[in-house]
Design a protein around this ligand. Structure first.
Ligand code: SF4
Ligand code: SF4
Length: 193
C-alpha cells in the first residue's frame, strides 16, 4: 500500500515538474514577430543556407563525403589546385556544385573538412519552391551572376523592408571583389604550380 501511494505521489510530482515550464508560458505575454516587415533575430552562429566561394574550391569532394545525407553534388573537368600567388584555385573547370536543400539538415558537417575554407553556413534563413527540384541550389549558376548564396524568391522583389534590402545588398557586395575569379572557376585554366 505504501509503495502504491509513493508511486502516485511521484507520478503527480513529475507531471507538475514537467508542466511548470508549459504553465509559465501559458500565462506569459505573447509576442508576435512581424516578419517579414521586421527582421528575424538570428544568432551569430546561426546555420543558414550556405555561402560558397567557388574560386577557392579545389573540387576535392571532402565536403560531399562528410555530408551524412549525400546532398552535395560536385562535377569538374579535372583536378584543381590553389595558386599560391593569387589564392584562387586553378586547373579543371567546376561544372557543377549544387546542394539539395530538400535533404540538407544544416548540420555544418560539410564545413570543417574543407581544406580551403570555401564553404560556410550563411545567414539566409528561408527559401521556398513549387517543386522539390526548386530546392536544389546550383552554386555554379549563381557564380555566373556573381552570387555566393541563394536569394529567397520574395527577396528578388524591388520593394523590400529596409532590413531585407540591406541583407540582400550584403550578399551582393560579398561577391563583387571576386566576381571575375568566380566566373573563371567555371572555365578550364592552366593548372597552378
Ligand atoms: S549542412 Fe550537413 S546536410 Fe547540409 S550539406 Fe552540409 S553536411 Fe550535408
Ligand atoms: S571540401 Fe571545400 S574545396 Fe573540397 S569540394 Fe568541398 S567546398 Fe570544394
Amino acid at each position: 500500500m505504501r509503495e502504491y501511494f509513493h508511486n502516485l505521489y511521484m507520478t503527480i510530482k513529475t507531471i507538475l515538474i514537467g508542466m511548470r515550464i508549459t504553465l509559465k508560458y501559458c500565462f506569459a505575454k505573447t509576442v508576435t514577430v512581424q516578419y517579414p516587415d521586421v527582421a528575424p533575430a538570428l544568432q551569430p552562429r546561426y546555420r543558414g543556407f550556405h555561402f560558397f566561394e567557388i574560386e577557392k574550391c579545389i573540387a576535392c569532394d571532402l565536403c560531399a563525403k562528410a555530408c551524412p545525407v549525400d546532398c552535395i553534388y560536385i562535377e569538374k573537368t579535372g583536378a584543381r589546385k590553389i595558386d599560391k600567388a593569387s589564392g584562387v584555385a586553378k586547373g579543371g573547370a567546376m561544372t557543377r556544385y549544387a546542394i539539395d536543400y530538400a535533404k540538407c539538415m544544416f548540420c555544418a558537417l560539410c564545413v570543417d573538412p574543407c581544406p580551403t575554407d570555401c564553404i560556410h553556413m550563411g545567414n539566409v534563413h528561408d527559401m521556398s519552391g513549387y517543386t522539390r527540384e526548386d530546392m536544389i541550389v546550383e552554386f555554379t549558376d549563381l557564380a555566373k551572376e556573381g552570387l555566393q548564396t541563394p536569394q529567397p524568391f520574395w527577396m528578388r522583389h524591388e520593394k523590400l523592408p529596409d532590413w531585407a534590402g540591406e541583407r540582400k545588398q550584403e550578399w551582393i557586395d560579398r561577391g563583387v571583389p571576386v566576381a571575375e575569379a568566380m566566373v573563371k572557376a567555371l572555365e578550364e585554366q592552366k593548372p597552378a604550380k
